[in-house]
Every structure is written in structure tokens, then in C-alpha cells.
Design a protein. Sequence first.
Length: 133
Amino acid sequence: MEFALIAPILALMLLGAADLTRAFYTYIVLANASREAARVIIDYPQQYSDTAACTAGHNEAMPFVNLSCTTSPATIVISPAANTGITPPSRLPGRNEVTVTTKATFTPITVLIQLFTGSSLTIQASTTYLSWY
């Protein structure tokens, strides 16, 4: 009898822990992708445009999150953007900050958590590096 009363609470706690783990893992994937994209930008300023940085971030996040620079719901935003008016595309010289922000939509599997947070959450990670070129 006691187990029948406690079983739903235990099930919700177990599924809530699974949701929390999935959300934390999504954040870790996004943080790694933003770090990789920012590393490409500051390590190779004359050889790579924002497309190469987006590709690096996308490859780092795959297969868990599908990131891109142009489409939602999972996106990579680079600020400031590369100057594409020159060939090869480059950034302003000097010690400037480059910020890469990654966003993804997370949908909890537990119905009770969905009631409190809504049907989906936006998880965001950001990396700021200082350029040396």
C-alpha cells in the first residue's frame, strides 16, 4: 500500500532527474560548440570566415544538437561578424573581443516539468575570447 502511494512520486523524481541530466548535457554541448567556434575565429583570423567557425561549432555539437548560423531553433551567433567585403574575410586587427553564442531548444520529457517550464526551454551558452591579431 505504501509503495503504491510513493511510486508516482518516485517516478516523477526519476524522470525529473533524467530531464535535468539531458538539459545539463545540452548546455555542455553548446558550451563546447561555442568554445570551438571562438577558437577557430581567434586562431585563424586571415584564413577563416564566419562560415568556417560555424562549421567548427556545428561539428563539435553533432550528433546531439544540430547547430547552424542561419536557421532556428539551434543557432550560432558570432559578434562581431567577419568583414566579408575583402578577400579573404577577416576581422579588425588588434586586441578585440570575439563573442560566440550558441542557442538550442530543449523539450523536457516529464509532463510535470513541462507544466512548470512550458513545452520547451531555450538553453544558451556563450564564449568570449580576446583576439591577438
